[in-house]
Design a protein around this ligand. Sequence first.
Ligand code: NAD
Ligand code: DAU
Length: 356
Amino acid sequence: MSVLVTGGAGFIGSNFVLDWLAASDELVINLDKLTYAGNTENLQSLQGDPRHVFVPGDFGDSALVANLLAKHQPRAVINFAAESHVDRSIHGPEDFIQTNIVGTFHLLEAVRAYWGGLQDSARQDFRLLHVSTDEVYGSLAKDDPAFTETHRYEPNSPYSASKAASDHLVRAYHHTYGLPVLTTNCSNNYGPYHFPEKLIPLMIVNALAGKPLPVYGDGQQIRDWLYVKDHCSAIRRVLEAGRVGEVYNIGGWNEKPNLEIVHTVCALLDELRARTDGKSYREQITYVTDRPGHDRRYAIDASKIERELGWKPAETFETGIRKTVLWYLDNQSWVANVQSGAYREWVEKNYAGRAA
Ligand code: NAD
Ligand code: DAU
């Protein structure tokens, strides 16, 4: 038995592969294009492990995917591969259209052909699990109820629009061709191996480097935060018992304004790695021009996955964020290695001239 994972060298994908192989001996075929966000160092502990087959390549390369499917005969495909950063989608939407929409389409075609050729019982058992985001539902006002699975799609950024399009394609392949799909829409993840272009790792890394902590706008935008290992356990549960064709929202019941997140990170660093001048890392907070089209609030109603599949997050925000800050303190060489010239160019592009 095996599963094919796409994007398994990225933040969530690599956590998923590591957790999967910690709990099971089932072979993982890991197909990742190794864009700037893909990092084989995340998978270093699996070096020489015959249960992990890493394949550098594009999930939109139908011939490559067809070959992998034919060779390994996986019982499931779990699709993490995507361009994932909203700010990058604002600076350059084209990669998002190509990867998230066209790439997903090619993957669906290859998977449909493979699934169509399976014997009865393998055909019945097969699943394609598509990993998506709460951002497809758009933005909530302060007192609106949290997003349920039936909330209408109102994506506001090129990133969320491209993810919404991929969700629609996945849905259509189920309704039209009967492809046994599952879709998950999750809130903001945080934890080990999070690329430091995203809020939490950026704040940790900048704080330790004595750099400004750039808060967009008034810092009162709200996100729901979920520790990445909880996202991975939810995906495993949906794959195991989710009803074919269904959508499951995944969230941490942890709505917090960005500024509170930044204050929490500063307080943990003050405790665990105090500044040499005795001042708080909060001194480094800088308000910068807001993200264009910035969604004000996301909130996930995760009661369906709890009711139907018995899944609940194991971490509170307090336990998860402490683990995360400790991980970054203990893995400074990982941080140094991902801060390549390309990373520095991105930081310059996104933050230059933005001081509010
Ligand atoms: P990430 O940017 O860290 O990783 C994406 C991975 O996909 C990288 O390893 C990259 O090399 C790979 N990739 C990109 N294009 C590819 C291609 N054409 N073929 C094969 N591999 C390719 O992203 P992440 O944060 O780990 O997110 C993973 C998935 O989860 C995405 O689909 C994202 O939309 C979704 N998601 C993310 C979050 C979050 O908070 N990070 C929350 C909900 C959903
Ligand atoms: O909600 C799920 C989504 O969460 C995923 O689908 C995306 O892939 C993932 O990147 C994430 O999107 P966000 O835009 O919410 O995450 P990000 O870490 O970029 O930003 C979180 C919040 O922090 C957002 O309101 C913008 C703000 N922010 C971000 C950065 C990078 C800042 O204030 N300053 C910053 O420097």
